[in-house]
Design a protein around this ligand. Sequence first.
Ligand code: BMA
Length: 823
Amino acid sequence: MEKRISLNGVWHFRESNASEWYEGEVPGCVQLDLIRLGKIEDPYYRMNEIKFHKLEEKEWVYKKEFDFNAKDKNEYDAIKLVFEGIDTFADIYLNGIHLGKVQNMFIPYEFDIKDIVKDGNNVLEVHFDSITKTIKAMEQTSPVKLEWSGESGRPYVRKAQYSYGWDWGPRIVQVGLWRGAYLSLVKYAEIKNPYFYTEKIEQNKAYVVISAEIEGYIVQDFEAEIEIIHNDISYGKKRVKVQKNRIKTTMLIENPKLWYPNGIGEQPLYDIRIRLLAGEEIIDEKSFRSGIRTVKLVREKDEEGETFIFEINGIKVFAKGANWIPADNLLPRLTKEDYYEYIRLAKDANMNMLRIWGGGIYEDPAFYDACDEMGIMVWQDFTYACAEYPDQFEWFQKLAKEEAEKVILSLRNHPSIVLWCGNNENNWGFHSWWDNGDPKYLGNYIYKEILPKVCAKLDPSRPYWVSSPYGGEDPNSETEGDRHQWNVWSGWVDYEEYTKDKGRFLSEFGFQSMPDWKTVLSYTSPEDRTILSPVMISHNKMVEGMERLVRFMVGHLGFPKDLKSFVYLSQFNQAEAIKTGVEHWRSRKFKTAGTLYWQLNDCWPVASWSSLDYYKRKKALYYYSKRFYAEILPHIKEEGDGITIYGISDLLEDKEAKVVIKVFKLDGKKIAEKQLETRLIANDVTKIAHYKFDELNIGYSVKEMPIAIPGCTLPVEQNKELLESVVYVEIIADDKTYENYKVFDKFRDLDVVKPKINYEIKEDKIILTTDVPAFGVFIETENDIDLSDNCLNMMPGKEYEVSFSNKPKGIKAFDITQLIADI
Ligand code: BMA
């Protein structure tokens, strides 16, 4: 039986060459302790980040004194000191005795202290080296040069790679005991590394495998009793013998309740209780939660190449979601509630998958718990990103192996995790960016040898994938594997390009926007509030990030009136861009089998590709995600001499639906309306109807423009009537309405009419109407409240309802025409 004594809470710390001690906190880090003490300012305000850079040179000591009772020492067979996370290079001392050196922030460390811990007062010290100095020294003495982006020394340290700065994040090199610490006291024996997974599901039977290791300190014949419980009902109980310090058995569960991703089923979770018994005496007991489901990555040859489809319980699932980055640069301040809120937001946006990106961390347990509970599948990268890694060194190989083992052992019971992935973009780098020199492909031994072996051994329940992107001759190919579509945005290409992309699974693609206006106010002082001020630029970490925001805004919408207009227009542009990509790829279901846009969240207040800003304020893209990721999505496509309407359905049953098609002139006049009944095919794309333009009363007249000359930028002759029209489609199924709209050119080239937007508050809702088609209608409130919807595209004759978390004060509603400068 294990007893734990927490060592969390108040510690003391000092700079290693100073004598004065200050109060610090564990879990925590030096940076947070210094902020709390008022010794350094908030790094996220203006350019305070710079003040944190000089901390990188320093070394620190953290100290905790604790009382220990001699009785415990005699009673327990093992006494261990456990750190759940140490960031990063540190020496541990107990009562002046050196316990060891640590060098990996991602794994727990455990020390046997039975012979060192004393009766009464004990002094525990953790001496932190300067991470930056250490990695610089490693780099200088290394016989090989590594390819990298950002800080050149970062591949040498097993520390979250983004902490050295990224194209959306500041450089803040966290140091400290970022996760908890405790004493573990064990009597007789302990159950270790319990594991539960589904081997197969046949009709109404699930075969599940349960295993565990027994760390024993006495010689005894143990047995284990395993019980599987759901909602207080036992689904099976079994006794097995412990053999060679291990148990492993298969159990049959009749009528299992299966775990499904959000949108296609429930997320029942089972409690698995393992009791270690000597006769009838309980020696140890461990309980944990898991789910029953199978996962397969379906890779089958087809006419376009090879599929890349996640199949859960034998059902093909189109992955809808985003990439996840660490939600702060100072990680210990994130709470369980924060994680639950983020996952709730992902679920509410109709997502079913998040990819934990390899430049971040293996997340907090609360993250995975929330994903288990809410049906968010997790694509888990190992934490290697955008660099070569020094795998020519044996010590590095050992670190990689140990890390993989510990991470897999701690996470493998989460049904939400559906994939282990070797790294982010390193194999793409080998192929396309880096001059690999000699030795070549540094890091590949980890992704192709170490990780697949450890995964196969410790977790046969889910697939392993070498990298993201990966598959095919070119790891970023459109015909196989997953793909990062960065021609758009990073390659300065505009977002229409998405509609030509035949990627099989889009694990990254993105488009930047500014954060919420209130967030912009929070990190600037009045003199910073211009688009190109140094503070504004420093809160967009991408080289030429602001330039791209301007370029694509001008390309689609025109010039913003002022900074605030720039903020809103950038969000509208981003939302339209990602909508374009997602709709196209969903319409290729299952030729394309997933879209994970870059990125769900931010780690500080910044202009980035996110849909939620650092304060979890929703950007336009977040509201759009709810719509373009809905289980039914109307898709309007210009084809031949008209439009085709498709219904994309993720439902597992065919669905009878009503379809309403309306065509408006931009001045508000309705020129056509059609209604029809349709049957949407389950988990597929249904072609609902095709209309020629003249059937929709969209005639043909030439917009008077000069005819384009090759190589010249003059606008092309176009159908004026089409440019004056907007097609609006509703699919109504089970009393829910799914809507979409289409205009036929870039907004800046259309004669969008300034709308009269009326709004009133009725009970707990804002009700909005418009006289003419209105695009990108933002509701802004003086107070900081949560709205159920925003950035609306409104048609005349319809009421739009938006509910709120708190009564809105000082409401304003405006559309894009009011944000674009008349210049
Ligand atoms: C991809 C990611 C990140 C990066 C993002 C935006 O390359 O893997 O490295 O932040 O694009 O540029």
